[in-house]
Ligand binder design. Sequence first.
Ligand code: TXD
Length: 323
Amino acid sequence: MAPNLPPLVYCHDSQVTIIGAGNVGSALAQRIAEQDLAHVVLFDIVADRPQGLALDLSQARSHGRYSHRIIGTNDYADTAESDLLVITAGLPRRPGMGREDLMAINGKIVAETVRQALVYSPHASIIVVTNPLDVMTYLAWKVSDLPPHRVMGMAGTLDSARFQTFLAQELGVPAGDVSALVLGSHDDRMVPLPRYSTVSGIPVTELLSPDQIQIAIDRTRHGGAEIVALLKQGGAFYAPAAAACAMVESIVLGQSRILPAAAYLDGVYGLTDLYLGVPCQLGKGSVERVIELALTPAEQADMMTSAVAVKENLNLALAAFLS
Ligand code: TXD
């Protein structure tokens, strides 16, 4: 007789809707499904694409032990009662397209998707992935009418993972042994913090030369562009999906992990009324705590530079969006 073993997978019944079944959205769906974290609804405006992806993912799941369903849809009604919305819908920046154009286009997409999805899932929290990240997260919060701690952006987890990877390469150690931290905006004004980046507890500043650290910083700042240049079409999606999944996991399972994310700032770091990358504690459905580090004057100045650029873009986006 079969022994009475406990189930291998614990069934958590949260539902995550991923809006935008493109490269990042579908890779994220795969991660959530493989980790058996939650029910997944993949939504896209392209007819049949999310349904096809969901069917494919369901068939891949038959090789594992999964307890959650995954569906694809073009109908917001099918996303009803979601606990978490992950917004990956948007257009990539194309040659000849200015920053303002992209902000206006993606701003409209993000605003529309958030509004529509919240009609069916009024109690959901939101993770924004669409670029330009810090600005789109602010827009999503504005149109959502949710408390700010229920809306956040994914970028710091990705940028920190990139920094971790490049530091590990300089050190010749496994990337998993490195813990790295990047704050600020999700662009080349991001703020990598070597002082807060360690290997087995040892700050990398004691293990690497300033030149080596600078190499890792430069590659991190241009990490997305380096991949776009290599791929020729589209951008990174495996690492972005992995980073988003870490946030989803902490929020869905209430792990209260401390991860860098774009959070609403209301006074910390001397900044108000914007979303920017800072260390956050991510618990059940929300940013439980925004952590303010004691930055050096140089680090604080870098945060300000990052914030000023985001504010400028935010004003452009709001003007384009409201016009
Ligand atoms: O760190 C980060 N935050 C990022 C952000 C890392 C990687 C990618 N980053 C941004 O995420 C990227 O610049 C884009 O703005 C989004 C999504 O990137 P992805 O690489 O997945 O783009 P795709 O493959 O073009 O997918 C976008 C999907 C596509 O299937 C469209 O049909 C869909 O979005 N889309 C929509 N879905 C629903 N509703 C609307 N209105 C809509 N418009 C487009």
